[in-house]
Ligand binder design. Structure first.
Ligand code: ASP
Ligand code: MG
Length: 405
């Protein structure tokens, strides 16, 4: 008798038939005696539609009101899923994020989880019920409804699995698992049976859209093992867990492409200690995540710096940089919203030499011009022209023999 947390994404609950399928899947577990907590997203498209409706009324909607609005997407699906379960004769009850005790800070539209009390989930499970929980939403300590950032239902599921000490956490989605690359870009991409949380995190933050990066970060921190699998078939998916023995024998696990990057270049700022600190703390204070950074020491006491941010943060980052430049006493700003990032990820990099040589060799052979480079212990990323991104991904994928045997 296992305690299972299952999360179903927007496509998996996209219409009545699909909700019925979810209900059947959950029932199969109940019939085996498992206890099940189901976390659901809004139907696919609903969250975007709600955002558009708000923006049609006001281009800069208030974040608190946005959360009040966006939370209804998930509330529709929890009730419908519970209703579908009842039709199959399974006792089920829905709970909102606040009712499930997902306690967050007050950073509306991107709130962070502070605690998960679980509300009365345990009691409901003990009473033999399936509990359907709204993903993506929580409640601030001040009692306001919050949301956890786009794709945040993944985080709800991982956090609940952790808080309830679930035996299994399954993330059901519209793909079969985590692939070595996006199969739409790299046709011979392969599904991975297993990968480490570190690798998944690097892939998720490098543009692989399988899961919200923050949810993987949470899983890594609290050592939650989970499986990414399809809600449309019964094939085993990809297990993501803390590092297992032999994991380092594989050099590169996967290649990710992120075409949603923007580059900001600051030139002719004074070349003196503290300039980078001023700029990047101003960006950090506004919650902007800076990815790649390069600094060139300019001539005549001036410095030049380029960095990348997600395209959604481009305008805010531009405004903040402009302000900082003024404070520093002058400089120029250049912004390009047309940047792609291609990354190769693998824990094997830690213990093997020559990965960079092979990576850059593959890009050179494919005639890809590199604008920026960053590396971590288990990742190499380059910023390039988006028009070359797919070809670059295919070249790197082939160079490391990641394709189907
Ligand atoms: N409905 C929310 C979104 O689209 C959360 C989720 O689907 O995970 O971002
Ligand atoms: Mg999702």
């Amino acid at each position: 008798m296992a305690l299972i947390v299952q999360k179903y994404g927007g496509t998996s609950v996209g219409n009545a038939d699909r909700i019925r399928n979810v209900a059947k899947r959950v029932k199969a577990h109940c019939d085996r005696g498992d206890r099940v907590v189901v976390v659901v997203s809004a139907r696919s498209g609903v969250t975007n539609e709600l955002i558009e409706r708000a923006k049609a009324l006001n281009p800069f909607p208030d974040d608190r009101e946005m959360d009040a609005l966006l939370a209804i997407g998930e509330q529709e699906t929890i009730a419908l899923t519970a209703i579908a379960m009842h039709a199959l004769g399974v006792p089920a009850v829905s709970r909102t994020g606040p009712q499930a005790g997902i306690i967050t800070d007050a950073a509306h539209t991107r709130a962070r989880i502070l605690d998960v009390t679980g509300g009365d989930l345990k009691a409901q499970l003990d009473a033999g019920k399936v509990v359907i929980v709204a993903g993506f939403q929580g409640i601030s300590q001040g009692g306001q409804v919050t949301t956890l950032g786009r794709g945040g239902s993944d985080l709800s599921a991982i956090a609940l699995a952790w808080a309830l000490k679930a035996d299994v956490c399954q993330i059901y989605t519209d793909v079969d698992g985590v692939y070595t690359a996006d199969p739409r870009v790299v046709p011979d991409a392969r599904k991975l049976d297993i990968l480490s949380c570190d690798e998944m995190l690097e892939l998720a933050s490098s543009g692989s859209k399988v899961m919200q990066a923050r949810s993987v970060e949470f899983a890594q921190k609290y050592k939650v093992t989970f499986e990414v699998r399809s809600s449309f078939n019964d094939e085993p998916g990809t297990i993501v867990k803390d590092e297992a023995p032999n994991m380092e024998q594989i050099l590169i696990r996967g290649v990710a492409v992120d075409k949603n990057q923007a580059k900001i270049t600051v030139t002719d700022v004074p070349d003196r200690p503290g300039v980078a600190a001023t700029l990047f703390s101003a960006l950090g204070e506004e919650g902007i995540v800076v990815d790649m950074i390069i600094q060139n020491i300019g001539r005549g006491g001036f410095a030049n710096m380029s960095f990348t941010v997600g395209k959604e943060d481009m305008h805010r980052a531009e405004k903040i940089s402009q302000k900082v430049i003024k404070q520093l006493g002058g400089g120029k700003l250049e912004v390009s919203g047309d940047i792609a990032k291609v990354s190769a990820v693998g824990v094997g990099m830690r213990t093997h030499a020559g990965v960079a040589a092979k990576f850059f060799g593959a890009l050179a052979k494919a005639n890809v011009n590199i604008l920026m480079i960053t590396t971590s212990e288990i990742k190499i990323s380059v910023a390039i022209d988006p028009a070359q991104a797919d070809a670059a991904a295919r070249a790197v994928h082939a160079a490391f023999d990641l394709g189907k045997a």
